[in-house]
Design a protein around this ligand. Structure first.
Ligand SMILES: Nc1ncnc2c1ncn2[C@@H]1O[C@H](COP(=O)(O)OP(=O)(O)OP(=O)(O)O)[C@@H](O)[C@H]1O
Length: 236
């Protein structure tokens, strides 16, 4: 982890208007994310974790406040700039994989590789996640854990500067979940991608360099962890 701030969230809020009801999903939140760090965001259901992650990924904009990526103000960016940011700088891993069902594992990864200049090799990437022999298989022919490996390969093949993961182990058994976390840690360490993992599973935070706790739409605590564990050594 360097001292360089990759992303700066400055006083952001996110409000949803539901008819007569206003939901404050995020209340006045500020956070700096450092280049190369592995950050875990913890918090109970409804505390604003996904809202925060979606804003980081340029999938949503704050109602007020500003978001900077490498000094560029995303909250003032035009739609085209925001799309370019999502495609070129960010990799996403979701709880339910979100692979394109009509494309094979290889094609899913290829599609992402095609979005950036100088991606990693698709076959190498699938080999890296242990799926070299499944390149021509469709998502429906793969287990949940295998689909999540494809999703990680799809995100990592772009060598994204920011890899955002929303409950990446949420739909998987314990052992498979650990394997996914190990892969994410590897991408962080070997590719240098900044990795942000959202989870409600407290023990997972032992792998992070910093842990952000959220509660009722606010950051309630930021903890530094000087000795992050490898996921194999974590139990939940
Ligand atoms: N599109 C939306 N419209 C209205 N309210 C929303 C919307 N998205 C989120 N919210 C509300 O904002 C709050 C924060 O939601 P968010 O999904 O960020 O929480 P979370 O911590 O990720 O929860 P979970 O762990 O259950 O996914 C919740 O009260 C939620 O109902």
């Amino acid at each position: 982890m360097s001292n360089k701030v990759l992303m700066k969230l400055k006083g952001i809020t996110r409000t949803y208007l539901m008819g007569e009801v206003t939901v404050d999903a995020l209340k006045e939140t500020s956070l700096d994310i450092y280049e190369g760090e592995l950050l875990v965001i913890l918090g109970p259901s409804g505390s604003g974790k996904s809202t925060l992650l979606n804003i980081m990924g340029g999938m949503d904009l704050p109602s007020t406040g500003e978001v900077f990526f490498d000094g560029e103000n995303l909250s003032r960016a035009a739609e085209g700039q925001l799309t370019a940011y999502r495609r070129q700088e960010v990799g996403f891993v979701f709880q339910f994989y979100n692979l394109i069902p009509d494309l094979t594992a290889g094609e899913n990864v290829e599609l992402a590789a095609g979005l950036v200049e100088g991606p990693l090799s698709v076959t190498e990437m699938l080999k890296e996640v242990g799926l070299a022999t499944r390149i021509d298989h469709f998502p429906s022919q793969l287990s949940g854990g295998e689909q999540q490996r494809v999703a990680i390969a799809r995100a990592a093949v772009k060598k994204p500067r920011l890899l955002l993961c929303d409950e990446p182990t949420g739909a998987l058994d314990h052992l498979t979940g650990k394997l996914m976390l190990s892969l994410l840690q590897k991408v962080n360490r070997e590719q240098g991608s900044t990795v942000v993992i959202v989870t409600h599973n407290t023990p997972i935070s032992a792998m992070a360099q910093r842990i952000v706790r959220m509660s009722s739409g606010r950051i309630s605590e930021i903890i530094e962890n000087t000795s992050p564990l490898s996921p194999e050594r974590i139990d939940w």
